[in-house]
Design a protein around this ligand. Structure first.
Ligand SMILES: Cc1cc2nc3c(=O)[nH]c(=O)nc-3n(C[C@H](O)[C@H](O)[C@H](O)COP(=O)(O)OP(=O)(O)OC[C@H]3O[C@@H](n4cnc5c(N)ncnc54)[C@H](O)[C@@H]3O)c2cc1C
Length: 498
C-alpha cells in the first residue's frame, strides 16, 4: 500500500540499495537513490564498487529472488548476452574432497541458469528502476551524515528525518570537487552504502550508543582479469570453482562465463597468502599450484582482455545493530553495511537479496501503522537472516590456523560440526544425491540443517561402508558427471591452435 506522499532515501546504488529500492516502491510514493558515483552509460565498472573487477557469482537463491522482484529480468539479461546453462553439470566445483558430481536441472530455473558480470546485473537493475517515474537517482552525491528532527519522535534523541549530502563534480576535469551541500528530507532512510558505511558513527553520534561487531581476519587476496573464451575450447563448464585446501594449500580459483563469450577469472589467496598481480609468470604459477590443475589448463590458453587487478580483504565484519537498546526512528541499515562476508564464498549479493525480502515483510508493519518499532524489528529480522551465512563463512575461514576472530568466540561444537561436514563432503564427491544436497546448501536454496537430516546421515553411512568394501577389494568407486578437461585432452586442443 502506498500512502500519503511518503519519501524514502536509499544511500548507495549497489545491489542491496537497488533491491531495497524495488521493495520500497510498494510502500513509498517516491524513492531517491543517492550515490557518490556517476553512472556509466553502458554496463561498466564504476569507482564506488571496485569489487566488480573480481568474479561475482550469483548463487541460485539470489537469482531466484532478483527475478521475482524484477519480472522479465532473466529474459533481458539473456538478450544482453549472459551465458546460459541448462544443466548443473556445467558447475564444476572442486572441493577439498574432490569434484562434486553435479547434474540435472535446478528447480525454478527452467529457463536456464544465467552467468553474467556484476556490472551487467547492476546496470540492468538501474535501467529497470530508472524507468519508474517514482524513482530518482541522485548520482555524484555523497551522504555525509543524517539529519534529525526531534518533532514527533518518542525518543529524546530525535528521529532521522533525512540525509546531509555533498554534491561532487565527478567529471575528469572536476576531480571530485565540491559542488555544494544540502539536505534530502525523507520519511525513511535506508543505508545500503556497503562495507564503508558510516552508520555506526552516525548512530553513536545521535546518542544511541555504540554498535557491537564481530570481525574475522580472513586476510583474503584476489587477482583477477577478463579473458576471451578460446574458440573451440572443450565446452565443459560455465563455472569452474577450485577451493583452497586447508591447512596446506591456500590457493583458490574461479573461472566464470559471463556475457558475450568472456571468461571472468579470479585467483584467490586465503589466510594471508597473496596472489601476485605484477608478474605474468608468477600469476600462472599460482594457478598451476591450485589444488586441481584444470583452471591452469584453461587460462594458459586463453587471451587476456584486461590487465591483472588485485584486491585485499583483510577482514570481514558483522555489525550487531539489533543489539542497541534503542534505535533511531526513520533509519534502517542493510546489505554489506550490516554483514560484509568473505567474498570467496560468493554470498554477498544473495544475502542482499534475502535482506530485501526481509524488508518487504517488515514494511507490512510499517503500513499497518506500527511504524515506531518497525526499524528495530527490521534490524532484528536481518540479524536472524544473516546469522547462517555469517556462521558458515566464518567457520570455514577459521579452518585456517592463521585466521583469527574478534568480538565473539567460535561457537562451541563448531569443530564437531566441521568434522561432520567434512565427512558429508567426502561422501558427496561420490554420491550425486549428496552432492546436490550440498550444492543446495552452499547455494542458499536449503538451510544448513538439511545436511543433518536422517536421509543424509544414512547416505553418509552407506558411503563409509562402500569405502571399507572398496579398500578390502581394492576397487575404487567412479564419480558420476566426469570432468575430462584434463591436461591430456588439452594437449590435443593446444595442438589445434594456430
Ligand atoms: C572482491 C569482492 C568480490 C566479491 N564477490 C562476490 C561474489 O562472487 N558473489 C557475491 O554475491 N558477492 C560478492 N561480493 C560481495 C558483493 O559485492 C556485495 O555483498 C553486494 O554487492 C552487496 O553490497 P552492497 O550493495 O551492500 O554494497 P556495495 O555493492 O559496496 O555498494 C555500496 C554503494 O554505496 C555507495 N556509497 C558508499 N558510501 C556512500 C556515501 N557516503 N554516499 C553515497 N553513496 C555511497 C557506493 O558508491 C556503492 O555504489 C564480493 C565483494 C568483494 C569485495
Amino acid at each position: 500500500m502506498v500512502a500519503d506522499g511518503r519519501h524514502a532515501v536509499v544511500i548507495g546504488s549497489g545491489i542491496s540499495g537497488l533491491l531495497a529500492a524495488r521493495v520500497l516502491l510498494g510502500h513509498f510514493e517516491r524513492v531517491t537513490i543517492v550515490d557518490r558515483d556517476r553512472f556509466p552509460q553502458r554496463p561498466d565498472h564504476r569507482g564506488g564498487v571496485p569489487q566488480s573487477w573480481h568474479v561475482h557469482g550469483l548463487l541460485p537463491r539470489g537469482a531466484q529472488i532478483i527475478y521475482e522482484l524484477f519480472p522479465g529480468l532473466h529474459g533481458e539479461l539473456r538478450a544482453d548476452g549472459a551465458a546460459v546453462a541448462w544443466d548443473l553439470c556445467r558447475a564444476k566445483i572442486v572441493t577439498p574432497a574432490g569434484l562434486l558430481p553435479l547434474a540435472g536441472e535446478l528447480d525454478g530455473f527452467e529457463d536456464g541458469m544465467l552467468f553474467h558480470s556484476r556490472f551487467l546485473l547492476e546496470w540492468r537493475l538501474r535501467q529497470r528502476l530508472s524507468a519508474d517515474a517514482r524513482v530518482r537517482f541522485s548520482p555524484a552525491t555523497e551522504v555525509v551524515g543524517l539529519s534529525t528532527s526531534r518533532w514527533g519522535s518518542a525518543s529524546a534523541r530525535g528521529a532521522v528525518s533525512g540525509v546531509r549530502v555533498r554534491y561532487r563534480d565527478t567529471s575528469a576535469e572536476g576531480r571530485g570537487a565540491d559542488r555544494g551541500s544540502g539536505v534530502l528530507d525523507a520519511d525513511l532512510v535506508v543505508d545500503a552504502s556497503g562495507r564503508s558505511s558510516h552508520a555506526p558513527e552516525w548512530i553513536e553520534g545521535l546518542g544511541y550508543g555504540r554498535v557491537g561487531e564481530e570481525t574475522v581476519h580472513s586476510q583474503l587476496s584476489y587477482a583477477s582479469r577478463f579473458y576471451a573464451r578460446p574458440d573451440g575450447f572443450p565446452d565443459e563448464f560455465s563455472l569452474l570453482l577450485i577451493n583452497g585446501r586447508p591447512p596446506d594449500n591456500p590457493r583458490a580459483g574461479l573461472v566464470q562465463d559471463i556475457e558475450n563469450g568472456v571468461w571472468h577469472v579470479t585467483l584467490g589467496g586465503m589466510a594471508g597468502a597473496v596472489v601476485p598481480t605484477d608478474d605474468e609468470e608468477e600469476f600462472l604459477r599460482w594457478a598451476r599450484e591450485l589444488p586441481d590443475p584444470r583452471m591452469y589448463e584453461a587460462i594458459r590458453v586463453a587471451r587476456p582482455l584486461t590487465p591483472l587487478r588485485g584486491w585485499r580483504t583483510p577482514s570481514n565484519r558483522l555489525r550487531h545493530f539489533e543489539r542497541l537498546r534503542s534505535w533511531p526512528p526513520g533509519l534502517i541499515v542493510t546489505g554489506d553495511a550490516v554483514c560484509a562476508l568473505n567474498p570467496i564464498y560468493g554470498q554477498g549479493m544473495t544475502v542482499a537479496a534475502i535482506d530485501a525480502l526481509a524488508l518487504r515483510d517488515c514494511l507490512l508493519d510499517y503500513d499497518s501503522g506500527r511504524r515506531p518499532g518497525f526499524e528495530k524489528a527490521f534490524q532484528r529480522r536481518l540479524a536472524r537472516t544473516v546469522a547462517g551465512p555469517w556462521l558458515a563463512a566464518s567457520s570455514e575461514d577459521l579452518r585456517w590456523p592463521t585466521v583469527t576472530m574478534d568480538g565473539a568466540r567460535p561457537r562451541r561444537g563448531t569443530t564437531l560440526v566441521r568434522r561432520y561436514l567434512d565427512v558429508v563432503l567426502r561422501a558427496a564427491v561420490e554420491d550425486p544425491v549428496l552432492a546436490r544436497r550440498y550444492f543446495d546448501v552452499i547455494g542458499i536454496m536449503a538451510p544448513p540443517t538439511s545436511l543433518f537430516s536422517p536421509a543424509v546421515a544414512v547416505r553418509v553411512a552407506l558411503d563409509a561402508g562402500r569405502r571399507v568394501a572398496a579398500r578390502l577389494t581394492r576397487r575404487r568407486t567412479v564419480p558420476e558427471c566426469p570432468f575430462p578437461l584434463t591436461p591430456g585432452r588439452l594437449v590435443a586442443y593446444r595442438g589445434r591452435r594456430p
